[in-house]
Design a protein around this ligand. Structure first.
Ligand code: HPA
Length: 271
């Protein structure tokens, strides 16, 4: 995706909405209720924005929502793009580039993920402290545009340490138990085989999911600070494997959403 296409989308949005967001929020599967506390200024459907991909997955509505929350101007992606829908890695991160050009400095991300750490249980929230991106195409493959960022971005702290600390403080004050771990990204759309879950655990993963990492790579490329939380919607335990359905994933995400909402709201207030 060329920067001209990004700028075209940005120009369209700016001509329809004067709010300049400082924070971008990406909502994961079943986690759309976050926006109920938002003082909405403007909603723009993805389908109306030039060059924007269109979300197809169940549980994602597909619009940018601009508004104020906890005194901050934010933009929320209600519905995100997944590689498994057929979008290229560059298309998946297109909205992240657009949000950066609209003014965001910080990106908050949520997702649904499968847990492989035996200390976890369904419904837990896991702060992503690091990730493995190597199973999905990297969105920076191809000609680098120096206007967005460097050819070889550093990835020693993709998830901002200060934001993680602040989130832990918020969780502690509100008696919310937070897990912390490494997120392994896979393309999906198949859930993992037993052997794949075993591999994910063996390479140091605590959770596995089909989103987030490409978005974070593009965000870090552009110098944004990132914070991401997984809702553990299903567990893989060696010898006790049970089949998973997308409906169960959405249901578990919905049940854990109030905790996530509280943390995001409080975090936004202090960023
Ligand atoms: N695997 C991959 N992606 C997921 C899972 C899972 O177990 N749960 C929710 N998203």
């Amino acid at each position: 995706m060329s920067k001209e296409k990004v700028f075209e989308a940005v120009d369209f949005i700016k001509s329809n909405c004067t709010l300049v967001p400082s924070i971008g929020v990406v909502l994961g599967s079943g986690l759309g209720n976050f926006t109920s506390d938002l003082l909405i200024e403007k909603e723009i459907s993805y389908k109306d924005i030039p060059n924007f991909p269109i979300s197809t997955v169940e549980g994602h509505s597909g619009k940018l929502i601009f508004g104020e929350l906890s005194g901050k101007k934010i933009v929320v992606m209600s519905g995100r793009f997944h590689h498994y829908e057929g979008y290229s890695a560059q298309e998946v991160v297109f909205p992240i580039r657009v949000m950066k050009c609209l003014g965001i400095k910080t990106l908050l991300i949520s997702n649904a993920a499968g847990g492989v750490n035996p200390d976890f249980k369904v419904g837990d929230l896991m702060i992503i402290k690091d990730h493995v991106s190597q199973f999905v195409p990297n969105p920076l493959v191809g000609k680098n545009d120096i206007e967005f960022g460097p050819r070889f971005p550093d990835m020693s702290e993709p998830y901002n340490f200060k934001l993680i600390q602040t989130a832990k403080d918020i969780a502690g004050k509100n008696s919310i138990h937070l897990q912390e771990g490494v997120y392994i990204s896979v393309t999906g759309p198949t859930f993992e085989t037993k052997a794949e879950y075993r591999m994910i655990k063996a390479i140091g993963g605590d959770a596995v999911g089909m989103s987030t990492v490409q978005e974070v790579i593009a965000a870090i490329h552009m110098g944004l600070s990132c914070f991401a939380i997984s809702v553990i919607t299903d567990m893989w335990v060696e010898g006790f494997e049970i089949p998973i359905t997308h409906e169960e994933v959405l249901q578990a995400a919905k049940a854990a959403e109030p905790k996530l909402k509280l943390i995001f709201n409080a975090l936004i207030a202090v960023i």
